[in-house]
Write a protein that binds this ligand. Structure first.
Ligand code: KIV
Ligand code: ZN
Length: 402
């Protein structure tokens, strides 16, 4: 059976960039956009053109120079935002205006101070204006997951009737759970006239740690575009992480039988580039791109991975462009892993030597959080020097190299 395609809409440069510690200079945004092109994303949300001169310039530059992905600019449902976005996108090979307007009562009442009817009118008018500039217009009812379901359908209907080509349902505050989010998509597909002619899209935040699970549930309920960011950066707890969604689709083809255009082997390079640009790295235990994501310290795990990586790895590091799996030696490591690492360092020990070295190693590992190559080299060399009768094959007693 032919697998359906899921489009990746990357908002690292917009939703990601608007979170603390993540702001980027224009040249950095351009560099990231080129890397996102190499990664193979379908849409790059390059910024929010009306927000500042810098944002306008970044959207414009990316629109001029990046080919392949569609370039989008965010806009509120206001004339000035829409005309500014259209201007910034003028030179794009393929462009999209992404309009958002709050739909939940709490946002309408306290933030926008407008009635539901005013919001419906504004949704329709703004989409119509954007369609006068281009034929690809996305509409997002902000805070969709806390919106009265009947009213959500009415607002989406207004946007579809006005010519929206993509309907995105943002879980703006990371509030929903997978079943509920899927149900919202199913309901829209049932109730909104003409919805079969538009692309449905999901956009999840991670306040309850469910952004990726919710995105996958939406895809299973009919969303064919997923909005996400590299390393999951974004407002508050972040957005759904692109690399996690892509890896889940790869690893669980049996459950998630979709295709996409990403080059998975570019994931790590993209993550690393972002890390160098912004002011923090992913936490070590972050799935796919964290420094521990393919590391093994426990002895049983190390032994298993050395025998067959599939024992403790559901994908190879190479799949996502991570150089190699890393054996971190610590107090939980076994003789097997120590011998293997020493071998890689050119220190080939016989069984008796390895037993003694292992005893020393455990003493050190008990005192240190991790044992590095330099420690191992020093341990073997020190040991040779201190026990001259025991020869360690392939090891000279020259001083350790750092
Ligand atoms: O989270 C959100 O609601 C958004 C919209 C602007 C799409 O980022
Ligand atoms: Zn968002």
């Amino acid at each position: 059976m032919d697998r359906e395609q899921v489009l990746f809409f990357d908002t690292t440069l917009r939703d990601g960039e608007q979170s603390p510690g993540c702001s980027m200079y224009m040249a950095e945004k351009l560099r990231m956009a080129r890397q996102l092109e190499s990664l193979g994303v379908d849409v790059i949300e390059a910024g929010f053109a009306v927000a500042s001169d810098g944002d306008f310039a970044a959207v414009e530059q990316i629109a001029r120079s990046v080919r392949g992905p569609r370039i989008a600019s965010l806009a509120r449902a206001k004339d000035e935002d829409i005309t500014t976005a259209a201007r910034a996108l003028e030179h794009a090979e393929r462009s999209r205006i992404h309009i958002f307007l709050a739909s939940s009562d709490i946002h309408l009442q306290y933030k926008l101070k407008i009635s539901r009817q005013q919001a419906l009118d504004q949704a329709g008018e703004s989409v119509r204006l954007a369609r006068a500039y281009m034929d690809d217009v996305e509409f997002s009812p902000e805070d969709a997951t806390r919106t009265d379901p009947e009213f959500l359908c009415a607002m989406v209907q207004a946007a579809v009737d006005a010519g929206a080509t993509v309907i995105n349902l943002p879980d703006t505050v990371g509030y929903t759970v997978p079943n509920e989010y899927a149900e919202i998509f199913r309901r829209l597909r049932e109730k909104v006239r003409g919805i079969e002619n538009v692309m449905l899209s999901c956009h999840c935040h991670d306040d309850l740690g469910m952004a990726v699970a919710n995105s996958l549930a939406a895809i299973q309920a009919g969303a064919r575009q997923v909005e996400c960011t590299i390393n999951g950066i974004g407002e508050r707890a972040g957005n759904a992480a692109l690399e996690e969604i892509a890896a889940a689709i790869y690893v669980r083809q049996d459950q998630l039988s979709y295709r996409h255009g990403l080059k998975l082997e570019q994931i790590y390079a993209t993550s690393q580039m972002l890390t160098q640009i912004i002011s923090f790295k992913p936490s070590p235990n972050k799935a796919i791109v964290g420094s521990n994501a393919f590391s093994h310290e426990a002895g049983i795990h190390q032994h298993g991975v050395l025998s067959n990586p599939l024992c403790y790895e559901i994908m190879t590091p190479a799949l996502v462009g991570v150089p190699a799996n890393r054996m971190v030696l610590g107090k939980h490591s076994g003789r097997h892993a120590l011998g293997h690492r020493l071998g890689e360092l050119g220190l080939v020990l016989n069984r008796e030597e390895l037993d003694v070295a292992y005893g020393r190693f455990i003493e050190i590992a008990d005192r240190k959080k991790a044992v590095y190559d330099q420690d191992l080299i020093a341990l073997v060399h020190g040991y040779v020097r201190q026990v001259p009768n025991l020869e360690v094959s392939g090891v000279t007693s020259a001083s350790p190299q750092s």
